[in-house]
Design a protein around this ligand. Structure first.
Ligand code: F6R
Length: 248
């Protein structure tokens, strides 16, 4: 996977935001919507901050942007402080002009017996708008992209999954303890992600260095979902120097 290394997280954020902005501007000029796949977590926060700045100061127009978030905990009330709905609205959507009807986030509040049909519908709504133009990703220490934990198949689609113990431990501080972290999530699959025309995977910090190496340079294996990006023809690793420390 081609890799770009940045000295600081803010340089990385500026670069990734500029890729998003260039895409949105060219689609806007062509009069067609931009379809974005979006992550939550700490890694993309700087990108969202920079996109908000570009909206406020450089008139970057999101009115023809359609978004699909990767994942949401299940069960999870969208109004909960822990939900990815809350996260996305607080950190991005409340500050730009994406139309509410163009925002898609897996629902954590659907009944168990409706989850399968919800997931099929999520896939269909991505297809209906012509697929993702650009998917942004973080990477978990379990090697996950979205919440595709070890063992996820390359062709997996949106579905209900069990969270890896490593993932639940990493989420514990936000939930006032590991016991409160949900055991399940609804996530886009590895296959849903790899269908995107372009993918940028981001990693910040030394705690990501070993998984970045395994994803970018070791064998392609379902033990590290992010390693499947090696099979995508237009994917890019954007990392800071700490996360790049183990790359050869
Ligand atoms: C979040 C997501 C996850 C995170 C990953 C890294 O929507 O899909 O794969 O990107 O867990 O999280 P941070 O950025 O908090 O280290």
């Amino acid at each position: 996977v081609p890799t770009v290394i940045f000295e600081t997280s803010s340089e990385l954020a500026k670069y990734v935001a500029s890729v998003v902005a260039d895409l949105v501007r060219s689609k806007n000029e062509a009069g067609v919507p931009t379809i974005l796949g979006l992550p939550t977590g700490s890694t993309p926060l700087g990108v969202y901050r920079e996109l908000i700045r570009l909206h406020n100061e450089e008139q970057l127009d999101f009115s023809n942007v359609i978004t699909f978030n990767l994942d949401e905990y299940w069960p999870m009330d969208p109004d909960s402080i822990h939900s990815y709905h809350k996260f996305m609205h607080e950190n991005f959507f409340d500050h730009v002009n994406v139309k509410p009807e163009n925002i898609h986030i897996p629902r954590g509040d659907i009944a168990a017996e409706e989850v399968d049909s919800f997931c099929e519908e999520y896939e269909r709504s991505i297809e209906k708008v012509g697929g993702l133009d650009l998917q942004l990703l973080g990477i978990g220490r379990s090697g996950h992209i979205g919440f595709n934990e070890p063992g996820s198949a390359r062709n997996s689609l949106t579905r209900l999954v069990n969270l890896d113990p490593v993932t639940r431990r990493d989420a514990a501080s936000g939930f006032f303890g590991e016991d409160n972290v949900p055991h399940h999530a609804i996530t886009m699959g590895v296959g849903s992600i790899l269908s995107a025309k372009k993918i940028i995977i981001m990693a910040l910090g030394e705690h990501k260095a070993s998984v970045v190496k395994r994803a970018a340079e070791a064998e392609v294996t379902d033990e590290v979902s992010a390693s499947f990006l090696q099979t995508h023809t237009n994917s890019l690793f954007a990392v800071d120097s700490a996360a790049a420390a183990e790359l050869t």
